[in-house]
Design a protein around this ligand. Structure first.
Ligand SMILES: CC(C)(COP(=O)(O)OP(=O)(O)OC[C@H]1O[C@@H](n2cnc3c(N)ncnc32)[C@H](O)[C@@H]1OP(=O)(O)O)[C@@H](O)C(=O)NCCC(=O)NCCS
Length: 183
């Protein structure tokens, strides 16, 4: 698919996918996750990580979407999905107001266009629609995403050293953030 190099705001569409939409988007979602992991992002997977290795993950997400446990958000440029984020909605009975933000991903070919900000805004609105007012996320310490969350108004809680591995096997610390909505 041809994608404009410098898309006009009207070329960008952010939407919530239902389970059917998630399954239809599977090739693009696999491509984005593979691209991010191969690009060095710590997302739960090790390299090499070709697109078809991402299929079981996204099939699980589609099931969670079907059960209303997850809201899956996608950003399209010229119709092609190039960015995504998830809102984990299923919480224990004592945390009905909390949601987790997971897997903020933008394909390397579409970075720096404001897509992360757009999908995160959409994720917050989606969370609010579900009565969620406390959002939590974590990200690899020292990676670009850590700086972005501060710009998006998230509060840094702290760092757990040696929490996970980078895709190439190096140890990585993890920073936790939260955001209160509607306060
Ligand atoms: C993190 C990521 C989602 C950012 O996507 P993006 O679409 O390029 O980000 P945006 O263009 O929307 O930028 C959002 C804000 O962060 C800033 N920003 C973008 N890249 C940045 C960087 N490398 N360092 C510091 N700030 C940065 C932008 O200036 C923008 O701020 P502004 O709106 O106040 O000007 C993308 O780099 C990515 O997918 N990385 C790999 C996966 C990953 O690490 N995800 C996070 C998992 S927790």
């Amino acid at each position: 698919m041809t994608r404009p190099a410098s898309p006009a705001p009207g070329d960008i569409l952010v939407e919530r996918l239902n389970a059917e939409g998630a399954r239809a988007a599977m090739p693009a979602l696999c491509d984005i996750l593979s691209d991010c992991v191969e690009g060095g992002a710590s997302l739960g997977f090790m390299t090499p990580f070709p697109p078809d290795a991402a299929l079981p993950f996204w099939e699980g997400v589609a099931e969670a979407v079907e059960e209303d446990a997850v809201a899956l958000i996608a950003a399209r440029i010229g119709g092609e999905i190039v960015g995504t984020v998830q809102v984990g909605l299923k919480m224990p009975p004592n945390q009905p107001h909390r949601a987790d933000i997971k897997k903020l991903l933008v394909h390397r070919s579409a970075r720096g266009l404001g897509l992360a900000r757009r999908v995160m805004d959409f994720a917050e609105q989606t969370a609010l629609c579900h009565g969620k007012t406390v959002l939590v996320l974590d990200t690899a310490t020292g990676e670009p995403a850590e700086a972005i969350y501060g710009r998006l108004g998230w509060i840094r809680v702290g760092v757990i050293p040696h929490y996970a591995l980078m895709p190439d096997g190096r140890s990585c610390d993890t920073t936790f953030f939260y955001k209160h909505l509607g306060a």
